[in-house]
Ligand binder design. Sequence first.
Ligand code: ADP
Length: 805
Amino acid sequence: MENTVFSKPVPVVPVRGSVVFPHTDSLLSFGRPKSIAAVDAAYQDDRIIAIFTQREANQPDPSLSDLHPIGTLVVITQMMTTDGEIHAMVRGQHRVRLTETLSEEPYLVARVEELTEDHFDDTEVEAMSNRLVDLFRKAVNLGKSVEITTIMRILSQHTDVVELVDSVAAVLEIKTEEKQLLLEELSVKKRLEKVLEFTTHEVSVLELERTISVKTQKRFDDQMKKSILRERKHAIEQELGENDDDEDDVSEYKSKIRKAKMPKAVFDKAMKEYKRLSNMSPHNPETGYIRNYLDWLCDMPWSVITPTKVSVEKAGQVLDHDHYGLGKAKERILEFLSVMKLKEDLHAKDAKKHEDMGAHPTILCFVGPPGVGKTSIGKSIAKAIGREFQRVSLGGIRDEAELRGHRRTYVGALPGRILQGIKNAGTRNPVFMLDEIDKLGMDYRGDPSAALLEILDPEQNKEFSDHYLEVPFDLSQVMFICTANVLDTIPGPLRDRLEIIRFAGYIEEEKFHIAQKYLWPKQVKVNGLNQKNISISDEALRDVVKNYTREAGVRELERIIATICRKVAREVAANPKLKIKVAVTDLQKYLGPRKFSSQILGKSDEVGMSTGLAVTSVGGELLFVEVALMPGSGKLTLTGQLGSVMKESAKAAFTWTRAHAEELGVDKNFLKTIDVHVHVPEGATPKDGPSAGVALTTALVSAVTGIPVKRDVGMTGEVTLRGRVLEIGGVKEKVVAAHRAGLKTILLPKDNEKDMEDVPENVKKDIQFKFYDNVVDVLETALTRDPFAGVAKKKSGKPSFVTAA
Ligand code: ADP
């Protein structure tokens, strides 16, 4: 890059705490004698000066070496003098670098070179600059303060990219050093990227501020509004001569408190608060807080109980009516209800015994990927036993106060989510679903899982204390049901309380039936259609299941069916006589091209690539393992989505392969001359675990022997250093995912044979299962040729040594 020297000596003016950019107008004030002299001199001459930012803002009289080496050449467009200060409007021209010091007295003079910027427009730059304009507009709308002329220049369509980036950079709320770095960046594209990053950050901060201020403002407005209205009401009533009904208003609480049928201790507390309220001037702002508190106390269902009569037979019918399949889950739920019923019957006979046993000592917990019907089966349970249903999501809760409420001294305090749910239910024995307990957080604000333990413990929840309510509430009659996507993030003590029921996900056939019997009729109705206007062929529905969704549950499927119904509803609205039967050929029209193709079909067997099976938070998934060899020195590189346990598995696989090189017919020295790269691409992030061992070993052995892996063979299992294949978890989820992807053979650890009873019959028909306890046997099946064939040393399949790697 050629930089042309700006030949004339230029007066240099240092600035502190800001950076002047080319293409921007800035108003600068100078007070230091040297600066005033420099600006004055330039203004008499060609009005050009060079502005450089000081490295240290507190340096009173900087010399040229105290300045950043890159600055901006500017033209002074206007100047004004007030007592002792000069104010100059300057317009930035170019980036310049100091090259030679000419004099330091009476003001700084230097020779500078103009820097050429590295810039060419491409579509990426164009896209990024459009994005920058959008973000800038958003920032301004969110209240970023910028001069109107600058806003207009930046938002005008014709601004050149270089000018745009510098103009935005000049108004960013960032540190001076960061601005200086932006000035020094000569690649426009890189500068654009950084400015975009800063602007994005600024927008998110502004958004956050806006949300916070809207919330506080609202709270404040509400309080304000109430007190103004009360004041007005008071004035009107005085005019009408009915001025003492504030008292009535207050005394209403007395009857409300009586009606709420509170326990004695709560009643006393409520009366005490009531007395405080009645002795207070109505203008005292604290009355608002007391009223709010009394409202909560009176609205809690202290003595409201929905009478339940559990009939297990009826419950079975309701569950079957509302849900397809899920046989095992339903069975476990019915068992649970039977136990509950027995206890209730016992209770009817002998209340004391019941107390000893606790109401429902275990809590049901439904574990499975999203959309498999956990919530909806919870609702069915409530329906089956005739109770109210409430649901609260605990995902992302880090603060214990979310569960237990804030103390009343806290502005805008409310009870926690548990008691809010109970109030909404209006009874103290609802079915209460606590969603996403695997996503509870924990930090310095207290551990919400400890509070949850108390909530779920029938010994303790009889007297559940909420910080806001201050008086205990009896939760022992509530039937809590928890849900989670995965088990391993649930804290141990909490897990011990739970009776886990797994929902592994549906296979294609089940999804088809769910869609046909439940989702389709439901969406037809929701969208204002009926069976006469619209129908869908079985083939089309199967096509939707297979080619437009790839998920363990049916949530996306339901959304897609809703899309079809909405589009048909529009056609029907235009022509009410229309009768539409959706066929396979119409899907393209309603839904666009197919979204998914098989992950396996049509792909060939490859060297160094195996198909593993994993469990993620959205259910089972295929996990492709890739291994590549490069010239090197026997090193192992791991990239992609490998957690720490999976990395250990990869290292173990590497050790095993090296130890068995000879048996595999691979020259030991060959392995010293290559580096091995293991990569796990694509797909949702798997839960970290050792179960990828078999897939890792297979891909590695395939890479070093050059024998391809059969693409339609899925495998899972932990491998020890000695090559033993150990039991793993999540068999059903993995098998369901393999079935969805069209795998034909699945290799599993021998110890997992017992899990086969959970695998649906339909899957067993389509997939061949093979069980192994040694990785040597796995390799013989998974690779297209036996890697040990032809090697005399091949032993019984159980090699007896491990050499140090
Ligand atoms: P989750 O709580 O597991 O995320 P939902 O209960 O919200 O899933 O289920 C999503 C949708 O799928 C709901 O409309 C539900 O009724 C439907 N659904 C899921 N499984 C079944 C099933 N086995 N039979 C009928 N409908 C089902």
